[in-house]
Design a protein around this ligand. Structure first.
Ligand code: HEM
Length: 502
């Protein structure tokens, strides 16, 4: 066979004609298909199977590659090696998504935007699975599926439904801070290049001596924050539903590489004990004056995916994917997420999803206690022991022979001691929950016309609520942020509804 390129079946057998089926042809020129036409059968069978489940949330996304460069030696608060030398570069995969709508939906719809990053560090992968908002709707993880269903489609009509949306939020008012952000200009960012993102959760930066700092992480666009008006977002959703994907792809193709500076806010465990807010409640932010932002690095996205499915759709991010030196805090939402993402990936991509090229660590991986399973596609650790040593310590003999050792870096230290009682968690709200939203309402007032736009955006949604008592509950929820806000919402919404009814 000549060594030029030719079409083959998936098993490599060359095939002469890749453009037509093989038929038992009659006089008319057409005819019967044959089971022996392996190419036809394989082609049709594969086509029917080429979709994998889309993510249950965050299905529509923009993806790209780039690099992180450390701008500070952070060894005073973390042992993470990618942060321990100024100028050190780490390759990064980024995936920025809307949350509720499906994969084919418009990416300018009003929504929170997810912001996932995979840092392929020399100590294994570090995933940051953030949002473009510094707070979240809930602080009890059990509410997550309900939150998302209320933002998605009604089980009967299969339509987005303002009644469900507001019914959820009236019943779970701890989300008021996030709601205000969602209905502000920031609910319709201009594109990926013009938005910030945030850890939201409190994380921990740790050192091998057991000391640690609590941290919130901020990713700040260097292109400047730009948002679309509601009208522009709606127009673009109709004219170019893939606007954000196009914007990012074309900017990178033009060589206009977007950059973000990455900052941390740090808090000692003692400060956390005495802080006025519960730092494990992700409906709250930390004061920037008391805990100033310190820059740790710079992110530049400079390479488009070669193949969207392989690079972005098959990517799996998880807050549980952390390098030594970074750890989860006791935030219950974060704790639940540590389970949910690998679980989702095993369902969506299969049990060996970490082997897919886009997820594979660039650091060495030796994990012989996790092997076999569907679609294992490497040597599966050959004959290496698949069990931890017992009395005769066979794995120890093996490790000694091969020079394999436990990594000192991966040692766990006791960072916290907990004493408590097992009981159902309550995330009931108090007046305290309205302090930060009220302050945000004042801040929104500093940008010309923004409070008015928040009201207009809320009215746009509330006019879809058909139950007057539910609308009244929403007015009173926003009235707890600011009396006038509640009043204006009521006035304008009811006026629109009256006009429509007449
Ligand atoms: C209890 C709370 C939460 C649960 C159970 C949860 C669960 C999930 C699940 C199941 C997925 C789909 C994963 C996949 O199929 O690969 C997902 C995606 C995502 N979530 Fe969450 N989530 C929670 C809260 C949050 C929060 C608070 C944030 C941000 C601070 C966040 C950010 C994201 C992002 C960015 C993605 C998309 C990841 C990607 O690009 O593949 N989630 N979440």
């Amino acid at each position: 066979m000549a060594d030029d390129k030719y079409y083959t079946l998936a098993e490599g057998c060359p095939f002469a004609n890749n453009a037509s089926a093989v038929l038992m042809r009659g006089k008319q020129g057409s005819g019967l298909g044959l089971l022996q036409d392996t190419q036809l059968i394989e082609t049709l069978a594969h086509f029917s199977r080429e979709r994998i489940p889309e993510r249950v949330v965050h299905a529509k996304a923009v993806g790209s590659y780039g690099e992180f460069e450390a701008t500070r030696d952070c060894s005073d608060f973390t042992s993470a090696s990618f942060l321990n030398k100024v100028g050190k570069k780490t390759p990064v995969l980024q995936r920025v998504s809307t949350v509720g709508p499906e994969s084919g939906s418009a990416d300018t719809s009003r929504d929170v935007h997810g912001w996932a990053m995979k840092f392929y560090t020399d100590e294994g992968n570090q995933d940051f699975v953030f949002n473009n908002t510094p707070v979240f709707f809930i602080r009890d993880p059990l509410k997550f599926p309900s939150l998302n269903r209320s933002h998605k489609r009604h089980p009967q009509t299969h339509l987005p439904d303002a009644n469900m949306f507001w019914d959820f939020h009236v019943g779970n008012p701890e989300g008021i801070h996030q709601l205000l952000i969602l209905f502000s200009d920031r609910g319709t960012p201009k594109s990926v290049r013009y938005m910030h993102s945030y850890s939201g959760h409190t994380y921990k930066f740790t050192k091998p001596d057991g000391s640690f700092k609590y941290a919130k992480i901020h990713v700040k666009t260097q292109q400047g924050v730009e948002n679309l008006s509601s009208q522009e977002a709606t127009r673009i959703a109709g004219e170019d539903p893939d606007f954000m994907i196009r914007d990012m792809f074309e900017a990178i193709e033009r060589g206009e590489y977007p950059t973000w500076n990455i900052y941390v806010q740090l808090m000692s465990p003692e400060e956390a004990e005495n802080y006025k807010w519960n730092i494990f409640d992700m409906t709250k932010v930390w004061s920037h004056t008391e805990f100033p932002l310190q820059q740790i690095g710079r992110l530049t996205m400079n390479r488009n995916p070669q193949n969207y499915f392989a690079d972005i759709e098959q990517a799996a991010f998880s807050p549980s994917t952390m390098v030594p030196g970074i750890a989860a805090s006791a935030d219950p939402v974060l704790q639940a997420r540590l389970f949910a993402y690998p679980d989702a990936a095993r369902y969506r991509l299969g049990v060996n999803y970490q082997q897919l090229p886009t997820n594979a660590a660039k650091a060495q991986v030796y994990c012989p206690f996790q092997r076999d399973g569907a679609m294992r596609f490497d040597d599966n650790y050959g004959g290496d022991p698949n069990y931890v040593g017992s009395w005769i310590k066979p794995t120890k003999f093996y490790q000694d022979a091969k020079g394999i050792r436990a990594s000192a870096l991966a040692l766990h230290t006791d960072h916290e001691k907990w004493v408590g009682e097992v009981s159902a968690y309550t995330s009931e709200i108090t007046d305290d929950d309205f302090v930060q939203p009220a302050a945000l309402w004042e801040v929104l007032g500093r940008v010309s016309g923004q409070q008015d736009r928040v009201i207009e955006n809320l009215v746009g949604s509330l006019t879809g609520v058909k139950y007057p008592e539910l609308r009244r509950a929403v007015y009173s929820l926003f009235g707890r942020v600011n009396n006038n806000l509640g009043f204006m919402l009521q006035e304008r919404t009811e006026a629109v509804i009256k006009t429509v009814q007449n």
